[in-house]
Design a binder for this molecule. Structure first.
Ligand code: PLP
Length: 391
């Protein structure tokens, strides 16, 4: 028997498997399960986007593209960021098209981090942030956020975790899993902090189009002085219901984008041409479909928020993304116990908050990118469960 511990890379061994997948796997084997677990739109990609891809295939677009992605797509991305984000990037030098935000995040970390460099990561947060940091040889430094502060991050929180090795701040608002957003004034304080301590900021704005109740999404790199120190990540998965197409992008200083492109050209070569063609269509003609999906998420958000309050689970009213993060501490269970027991007895799948960092303990994440009827039924089942366990 081989000693795999000595064979497999220590960096890989140090990364725990995602706490999200485990629950999908259990749920996939059960019948009659309602899943609020998946962070994925329940809509199919709008037809005009799918059709553009079909047409592209008919026309014979089946080749590699430029490493950085099709110039036509980069031009559309630049236009979109200038129009909606208020910051302009040069499509020739400042933009890299990637295989999802997932790849962009990995490239950003590998382009920036030397062994031992520290990355401040406000938690609870998307499960890949810590893993990508560690796999790139960096040290992930969690910075807890609290429900009392609506899961927003402050300079004081960050300051408490700053060391001479801190190089990067990784933020993701609107936030997965809490639904928190940061206002312009919150972000200006973070920008001042980044400037003062000379940090590079990776801003994952994949949920930037998904804000509710009149909340404004502020593109971090549009703030004074931030363009040169920010890597702005965005993609099509959530806004345009395109998770399976695997297409995202990074925007930033030409030097950083060139470094990321160097890794990308040797590892990925380019993002699929089929998905790039579809992404061009999404930016040219997809907005009205995207807005429709966002208003449907907003309707569901109202239903699920009221539902949780009625069954006695306190929660923060989410302002962005499509997740809600109820507080289950009143049941006396850990979030993992709650999720497992709920799945076993009521057949509702959700994700324990602890999967998103230690400070997510005591909460569970539910996605409301789920049909309304399913949300109603899930709330009824969770209500049953909570009645039995609330102390
Ligand atoms: N960033 C956040 C915050 C996410 O929630 C997700 C997916 O759930 C991703 C990035 C990955 O997105 P993509 O499908 O573009 O790789």
């Amino acid at each position: 028997m081989k000693d795999w511990n000595s064979i497999l890379s220590p960096a890989v061994q140090n990364v725990a498997p995602s706490g999200i997948r485990k629950f999908f796997d259990i749920a996939a084997e059960m019948e009659d399960v309602i899943s609020l677990g998946v962070g994925e739109p329940d809509f199919v990609t709008p037809w005009t986007i799918r059709e553009s891809c079909v047409y592209g295939l008919e026309q014979g677009y089946t080749s590699y593209t430029a490493n950085r992605g099709m110039l036509e797509l980069r031009e559309e991305i630049a236009k979109n960021t200038a129009l909606h984000g208020g910051v302009s990037y040069d499509p020739k030098t400042d933009i890299l098209v990637t295989v999802g935000v997932s790849e962009a995040l990995d490239l950003a970390m590998r382009a920036l981090l030397a062994p031992g460099d520290e990355v401040l990561i406000p938690e609870p947060c998307y499960v890949s942030y810590k893993a990508c940091t560690v796999l790139a040889g960096g040290v992930a430094v969690p910075v807890p956020t609290k429900i009392e502060n609506e899961f927003r991050i402050t300079p004081a929180d960050l300051e408490a975790h700053l060391t001479p090795k801190t190089k990067v701040l990784l933020i993701g608002y609107p936030n997965n899993p809490t639904g928190a957003v940061m206002s312009r004034s919150d972000l200006i304080e973070i920008a001042n902090f980044a400037e003062e301590h000379d940090l590079i900021v990776i801003s994952d704005e994949i949920y930037g189009n998904l804000t509710y109740g009149g909340e404004e999404h502020v593109t971090f790199s549009s703030l004074p002085g931030m363009k040169e120190r920010t890597i702005l990540l965005d993609g099509f998965s959530k806004s345009y219901a395109m998770t399976g197409w695997r297409i995202g992008y990074a925007q930033g200083a030409p030097e950083i984008i060139a470094a990321m492109t160097k890794i990308h050209q040797y590892t990925m070569l380019c993002a699929p041409i089929t998905a790039q063609i579809a992404a061009i269509e999404a930016l040219r003609r997809g907005e009205k479909y995207m807005r429709k999906m966002v208003s449907e998420y907003d309707r569901r958000r109202g239903v699920i928020y009221r539902g949780f309050r009625e069954i006695g689970l306190p929660c923060f009213e989410p302002k962005g993304a499509f997740y809600i993060f109820p507080d289950i501490r009143g049941t006396g269970m850990t979030s993992e116990q709650f999720a497992e027991e709920l799945l076993r007895t009521e057949h509702v799948a959700l994700v324990p908050g602890s999967a998103f960092g230690e400070c997510g303990e005591g909460y569970v994440r539910c996605s409301y990118a789920t049909a309304l009827g399913q949300i109603d039924e899930a709330i009824a089942r969770i209500g049953n469960f909570v009645k039995k366990h609330i102390k």
